[in-house]
Design a protein around this ligand. Structure first.
Ligand code: B12
Ligand code: SF4
Length: 432
């Protein structure tokens, strides 16, 4: 069987940012699995691909088109499926990935044959074996949804075992290393060493993935993968790489022992960073350059409203510890649709006082698939799925009109960028 693996282009402002772009690791996992079981696969990364999709369909002639994507790419994902069918009505189409996993019903549309809700590549292999033999029943396949005439059959969804993932074949990454970069670090490879997160911040989508169960990969496999990577920079995309402190300490020891020399970027929680200065220093010593931290807010009241279980004081100590380790914080902040003018100003002042260089601000967005979405769904004003990028209001601002809100938001984002630049950050943007 021939499988075309598709990631659609970016449909919004992120397309122009070019500050951070990751390899399509999810497609590389699929590619690895398909090749291992004796089929043929090809990756089409719409974010960078120059060749027309229709041309690729014509030349490659897939039997199955498997499509990934995030919320903002929902319409594009469906368009890619429809175009594949238009090209060849016998081609099978499958939707998967993080947005599909918690919102499968949105994909029960014309042009889609299968919806894959799990992260398990073993289950994907079982699916491949089944369609290769022409089977039309798929009972044991974890989380699969498939059409039976006009009905959709939904298999039960069980949490996946992360240790079953094979070490990904990076041929695609090595062929296009210049496409994938992280701020000033240049070419960066992505690795994933856990599913989900043990915490429960109420706005968070990620914690609900992987069946909502935190599942960390065996460090032997992580080190083996790192040793095989022919690149200097590694983006660890675990939702919280400090979720299990003793595991992170072990990771540091293992990296030191193996003599690996790389630069790392990881996501971490503020409280874990604030409480573990020595670990942060050790991490910086083995190459951790950036810690991406969801600080979210600058007052205890706001942090409490997100069930963040942190405080302004914790956030401050987190920043101090990262700076003390000579690493940099990438602060992820959130601005509520209840914000008043002073909230924008205060956030800027706080970032300045805490010597932040890289501060990004998202607009509070209750993502479909989270409990928060259920609470706010009647108030949603957004009509376009492409606007669910954390840069658009999807709820009405409570204390000013839309125009004023966007004015303050853009002004704040610009001021934070300028602050970062004045403090020595964003040097690479001159090249862009
Ligand atoms: C790194 C990252 C980024 C990077 C790079 C993204 C990129 N692809 O270039 C940056 C910072 C640029 C980014 C930007 C955005 N991101 Co982002 N990002 C992530 C993060 C932290 C890791 C993603 C990753 O690399 N995973 C590694 C792969 C291997 O894991 P995976 O996708 O889960 O894949 C597994 C399975 O899902 C499955 N699978 C995946 N696809 C498919 C397809 C098929 C057919 C099958 C069978 C299986 C399958 O197989 C894999 C192996 O198990 C996630 C958090 C998370 N927990 O996912 C957020 C996340 C994916 N991002 C999110 C969002 C919303 C965005 C933005 C739209 C907005 C924003 N402000 O962040 C932009 C859009 C960019 C774009 N491409 O359009 C949301 C998505 C929510 C949703 N419902 O879609 C997440 C979950 C975070 C969140 N805020 O909740 N992101
Ligand atoms: S710590 Fe981060 S990943 Fe975990 S639930 Fe909170 S926001 Fe989500």
């Amino acid at each position: 069987m021939k499988v075309l693996l598709v990631r659609p282009e970016i449909p919004n402002l992120f397309k122009y940012a070019n500050l951070i772009t990751s390899e399509p690791l999810e497609l590389e996992y699929l590619y690895t699995e398909i090749i291992a079981i004796g089929h043929t696969a090809m990756i089409f990364d719409g974010v960078f691909e120059k060749k027309e999709y229709s041309k690729v369909l014509e030349e490659f002639g897939p039997d199955l088109v498997a499509i990934t994507g995030y919320i903002t790419q929902e319409n594009l994902m469906k368009t890619y499926a429809i175009e594949a069918k238009r090209h060849n009505p016998h081609v099978l189409t499958m939707m998967g990935g993080v947005h599909v996993q918690l919102n499968p019903d949105r994909f029960k549309v014309t042009g889609v044959d299968y919806i894959f809700r799990s992260e398990s590549m073993k289950s994907f292999s079982e699916f491949m074996d089944a369609i290769a033999c022409g089977k039309t029943t798929f009972e044991p396949i974890n989380g699969l949804m498939h059409k039976d005439r006009d009905d959709w059959i939904e298999n039960a969804l069980l949490p996946s075992e992360i240790n079953e993932l094979r070490i990904p074949d990076r041929s695609h990454f090595y062929a296009h290393m210049e496409w994938y970069n992280y701020l000033d670090l240049g070419s960066v490879a992505t690795i994933k060493t856990s599913f989900s997160c043990p915490h429960n911040c109420n706005f968070c989508y990620c914690t609900n993935l992987g069946g909502g169960v935190y599942n960390a990969r065996n460090l032997d496999l992580v080190i083996e993968e790192l040793e095989g990577l022919k690149t200097d920079n590694i983006l660890i995309v675990d939702d919280d790489f400090l979720a299990d402190i003793s595991r992170t300490q072990q990771f540091v020891r293992r990296v030191k022992k193996s003599g690996l020399k790389k630069n790392y970027i990881c996501y971490a929680r503020a409280d874990a960073v604030a409480e573990n200065l020595e670990l942060i220093k050790d991490m910086a010593e083995i190459g951790f350059k950036y810690f991406i931290v969801g600080l979210e807010a600058i007052t205890d009241v706001d942090l409490k409203s997100y069930d963040k279980m942190t405080t302004e004081n914790i956030n401050r100590r987190c920043i101090e510890n990262i700076h003390a380790a000579s690493a940099e914080v990438i602060a992820l902040m959130m601005i509520s649709n209840r914000a008043v003018r002073d909230d924008f100003k205060d956030l800027y002042k706080w970032a300045k006082k805490n010597k932040l260089i890289y501060t990004t601000v998202s607009i509070f967005t209750p993502i479909p698939g989270t409990p928060l979405y259920e609470i706010h769904k009647e108030e949603i004003t957004s009509k376009k799925i492409e606007h669910w990028d954390f840069l658009h209001l999807v709820l009405k601002p409570k204390n000013m009109n839309k125009f004023q809100f966007y004015f303050h938001f853009v002004l704040l984002s610009y001021k934070l960028y300028r602050l970062g630049k004045q403090s020595g950050g964003f040097q690479f943007t001159r090249k862009i």
